[in-house]
Design a protein around this ligand. Structure first.
Ligand SMILES: NC(=O)c1ccc[n+]([C@@H]2O[C@H](COP(=O)([O-])OP(=O)(O)OC[C@H]3O[C@@H](n4cnc5c(N)ncnc54)[C@H](OP(=O)(O)O)[C@@H]3O)[C@@H](O)[C@H]2O)c1
Length: 353
């Protein structure tokens, strides 16, 4: 009993002691409820003020933290973007540098090419030194013995004159090709053919050809020659279509020689002629030039003449570099059949399909 805590009314029975105390305290607690409630309310009000202040302070801090986080994130994003941009710039700069490194070499090559073309062009206008071999060529022709026949004599003189003229104009050391210019209706094919064969066998020219020969005259001369006639230089242009219908091109195809085409732009008349017919052809050619990206009617005319399967080689008469370059481009252009026939139809409707 002496060992029991002081509050135990019933020694050894804590539960019963606690229940007894509860029953005793109930009336007091009931009586004290109003003042205790007031006390608690006062304490609550007392603590409410500082807590509200503290909560406002915490809200302000939270807001401040949010702002700071935002600023930090923005700064970090900016830094990362800056780094990425800097890396991208470096990559692009490396690419540009690598690409540009090739340009000086390319530019040098282009300049070299331009200089070479300019020099070639200048050389074309220079008069080369007299070629001694041509003198031999003339001598060789002169050495062919006339047999008393007036025709042979004339042929030899003609060839001699022609060789002399070429010698003066071209000044080349040996001839690749000699053309017999215009048929001589009094020609003896055996004598003339023999003279031409003689030039080849003496090594003074590699080939011989003719100019303005009709199909039958070519056959006649070929009959009197051992060497082949490699070309017939003839007139052909949108203003002069005869070779396509008079057998000239057919003969070239059959015999296997490539014609050379003189006056492919009609000696300039195609470009400047005032006649209504010429103006109409010029308009058709201008349309073709536009379609194929050529410089103009002259170049369209050149594309027209090379289109025939006889494989004619145009001899462009212009001395102007730009026009020659335009002609080279035109000679590599293949006209459609309908465009080729449009030119034929304008020049000679009877010949068009
Ligand atoms: N075998 C023969 O019977 C015979 C007959 C005649 C001619 N040919 C030879 O054929 C060659 C060419 O004859 P061709 O002079 O009558 O040829 P062409 O090329 O028909 O005519 C050349 C003329 O056209 C002018 N032209 C204007 N624009 C042109 C352009 N864009 N392209 C070309 N030419 C343009 C030229 O003037 P610019 O000079 O101002 O450019 C030049 O006066 C002659 O040099 C000659 O060797 C042979």
């Amino acid at each position: 009993m002496a060992d029991s805590p002081f509050w135990m009314i019933w020694p050894g029975n804590a539960a019963l002691s606690a229940l007894t105390w509860f029953v005793i305290a109930m009336p007091f607690l009931y009586a004290a409820r109003a003042p205790v409630h007031g006390l608690l309310r006062s304490l609550g009000q007392l603590a409410g003020g500082p807590l509200r202040l503290a909560s406002r302070a915490l809200l302000a801090s939270a807001q401040e933290l949010r702002e700071r986080n935002r600023t930090v994130l923005l700064a970090q994003g900016r830094e990362e973007s800056g780094d990425r941009l800097a890396r991208e710039f470096e990559r692009v700069a490396a690419l540009v540098k690598r690409d540009l490194e090739g340009y000086p070499a390319l530019q040098r090559k282009l300049l070299d090419e331009i200089t070479r073309v300019e020099e070639d062009y200048k050389k074309c206008g220079e008069v080369p030194p007299p070629p001694p071999d041509w003198v031999d060529a003339v001598a060789a022709v002169a050495k062919i013995k006339p047999n008393g026949n007036e025709l042979v004599q004339r042929v030899l003189e003609e060839i001699n004159r022609s060789v002399n003229r070429s010698l003066e104009k071209l000044g080349i050391d040996h001839a690749d090709l000699i053309l017999l210019h215009r048929p001589d209706y009094l020609m003896d094919p055996t004598e003339t053919g023999g003279a031409l064969d003689g030039l080849i066998s003496d090594g003074k020219t590699k080939f011989v050809g003719v100019s303005n020969f009709s199909p039958s005259r070519i056959s006649l001369l070929a009959h009197g020659m051992k060497a082949p006639i490699v070309t017939n230089q003839i007139e052909f242009s949108p203003l002069h279509l005869d070779p396509i219908s008079d057998g000239t091109f057919d003969t070239a195809l059959r015999r296997g020689h490539r014609p050379m085409i003189w006056s492919p732009v009609g000696g300039g008349r195609l470009l400047t002629g005032d006649e209504p017919d010429v103006a109409k052809i010029r308009t058709v050619l201008a349309g073709i030039a536009e379609t194929y990206g050529l410089d103009g009617p002259a170049e369209a005319a050149i594309a027209f003449v090379v289109r025939h399967p006889a494989g004619g080689v145009p001899i462009v008469g212009s001395g102007k570099r730009e026009r020659m370059l335009g002609a080279i481009k035109a000679a590599a252009t293949v006209l459609d059949r309908q465009d080729w026939y449009a030119v034929v139809a304008e020049t000679s409707p009877m010949l068009s399909l």
